[in-house]
Design a protein around this ligand. Structure first.
Ligand SMILES: C[S@@+](CC[C@H](N)C(=O)[O-])C[C@H]1O[C@@H](n2cnc3c(N)ncnc32)[C@H](O)[C@@H]1O
Length: 290
């Protein structure tokens, strides 16, 4: 079923207003393929029926279903590998040293999709920093705009295909148990992560996040325009402790978008730090400002 130009325009504006996700003209096929199941389920004959139901006073449930369907939830365990090497060898050791007095770490995975990213972090802590994982107060917060992703990630259950992507076989055996055709993550890992709904474009949603020591905003800024990205990076900055780190996806940057971050290189990976903290970095650390 094809979407008319007028209906496409209405739907892309609605998606932009609620999520910040930009659908350029030419992306009609995305609307058509992702929203077709909703039309079937709601027994609607065309996209115009859907648009009528979404016009004010709109059906909130339907609006949420549309936004959920338009999110791209691609993710995997230990995605891109280099950032995880940098976390293991540089970023986390420095952070742990800095927090050894308070023995507490809070990390926020914004846009956590089906949970592979926060669970990768929890497993990495168990593997390489067992004392921290077992006896410190460690809180990993996973947030996402998509209700179906928050529900899935909270369950800690993954398909064979999902665990085949990026998760070493030994870690699968250590941290998961097989349940039928799926794999259930262990309670030790599950309980380190707290999942909830969160919208990065909503200031009141971001304001609910406590001050954090590190934040992952990976592979999500690519869906937004420059203005939306700048707003998100500024709101995230407000949740980040002054010596904390921001990790973005490999094709994303905070430099040039928001001057309150500095890029700091760890071998093949870069993270961003609140500029004032970086300028206080002692010369003997492995950070190189570029
Ligand atoms: C491609 S996934 C990235 C997942 C993970 N960070 C990674 O790098 O593997 C992008 C996620 O961003 C979420 N998302 C899109 N817009 C969002 C928004 N405005 N606020 C919060 N999450 C959003 C989507 O629901 C999706 O799960």
């Amino acid at each position: 079923m094809e979407v008319t130009e007028q209906d496409f325009d209405f739907l892309r504006r609605l998606v932009f207003d609620d999520s910040g996700i930009v659908l350029e003209p030419g992306k009609e096929y995305l609307i058509e393929t992702r929203l077709a199941p909703i039309l079937r389920r709601e027994e609607m004959g065309s996209f115009s029926d859907l648009v009528r139901a979404l016009r004010p006073p709109s059906d909130i449930r339907l609006r949420d279903l549309v936004i959920d369907a338009m999110t791209t939830n691609e993710t995997s365990f230990f995605r891109d590998s280099h950032p995880w090497d940098a976390l293991r060898t540089g970023i986390l050791p420095e952070l742990i040293e800095a927090r050894k007095g308070v023995r507490s770490l809070t990390i926020w995975c914004a846009a956590s999709s089906s949970g592979q990213e926060p669970y990768s972090l929890a497993m990495l802590l168990h593997e390489h920093f067992p004392e921290v994982a077992k006896s410190w107060s460690v809180r990993i917060i996973g947030t996402d705009l998509s209700p179906s992703m928050v529900e899935k990630s909270s369950s800690g259950r993954f398909s064979q295909l999902e665990v085949n992507r990026g998760l070493p076989a030994r870690m699968l055996m250590t941290y998961f148990t097989r349940e039928g055709t799926e794999w259930q993550i262990s309670d030790d890992v599950r309980k380190m992560v707290d999942f909830r709904l969160g919208n990065l474009v909503e200031p009141s949603s971001v304001a609910q996040i406590p001050l954090v020591d590190g934040v992952f905003v990976r592979n999500v800024l690519i869906y937004f325009n420059t203005e939306t990205r700048a707003g998100i990076l500024s709101r995230v900055h407000g949740r980040l402790r002054t010596d904390g780190f921001l990790m973005l996806g490999s094709s994303e940057t905070a430099v040039g978008t928001d001057s309150s971050y500095e890029r700091v290189r760890y071998d093949k990976t870069a993270v961003f730090r609140p500029a004032t903290a970086t300028s206080r970095t002692p010369a003997n650390t492995q950070l190189t400002r570029i």
